[in-house]
Write a new protein. Structure first.
Length: 217
């Protein structure tokens, strides 16, 4: 069966890789992008809806992939930050429920906890909680650790953090494995594999699970 996918966050690192994989996948006849800026050079199977991230009339598909996210450096205003990291995924989940979309996949973060005293973790945790409240049949929440890969914008502190993590990763054994750097390509592939599988009951997908799911084709 040919499918239609909605993608939110295609201008980001993980979302961009996800979009390319969906374009190359013949399972997907149509891809709808909702974003604030246009991506040039996309094939005809991709439709772009610019400005209105959540166009109710066009928000119809078989699956929704949401990798929306910002950073403290890009969005220092906490209210605006929450509108993005919490508001958009939750609104998308509500629209998915309203439009009877049965599969919703969203990228969160390791440490997400609605009761956390850390603003970032709390925001992600509240997002997860309220996405799950929609009771969409196939809801999958991805909690990657530090995400590797090359970004368009310069993030000095993040580059330092990645460099340090790469050095100490061999020490991450047992429960510490979940803190290993995860590549955005692995996240994107795991999302697609999970969306096209009926054999996984997980709702919360950690970095360890993400790596495993890349092998399930």
């Amino acid at each position: 069966m040919k499918k239609t996918a909605i993608v939110l966050g295609a201008t980001g690192l993980t979302g961009g890789i996800l979009l390319q994989k969906l374009i190359e996948d013949d399972t997907y006849l149509s891809i709808k992008l909702f974003s604030r800026s246009k991506i040039e050079g996309l094939p005809s199977k991709v439709s772009q809806y610019i400005g209105d991230l959540l166009n109710l009339e066009q928000f119809k598909a078989d699956e929704v992939y949401c990798s929306i996210g910002t950073t403290k450096a890009k969005t220092p205003d906490k209210e605006v930050y929450k509108q993005i990291d919490y508001g958009i995924p939750v609104a998308a989940a509500k629209l998915s429920k309203e439009n009877k979309i049965d599969t919703f996949l969203v990228v969160s973060a390791l440490g997400a906890n609605a009761n956390s005293s850390v603003f970032y973790n709390k925001t992600k945790g509240e997002m997860e909680r309220d996405v799950q409240k929609q009771n969409i049949k196939n809801t999958f929440i991805f909690r990657p650790s530090l995400i590797g890969g090359e970004r368009k914008e310069q993030r000095t502190l993040e580059k330092i953090g990645l460099a340090i993590f790469k050095v100490i990763q061999p020490l991450f054994i047992g429960k510490l494995k979940q803190y290993k750097i995860i590549e955005p390509d692995d996240i994107a592939q795991a999302m697609i594999n999970l969306a096209n599988s009926t054999s996984h009951a997980e709702v919360i997908i950690t970095s360890k699970d993400i790596k495993r799911l890349t092998k399930n084709t």
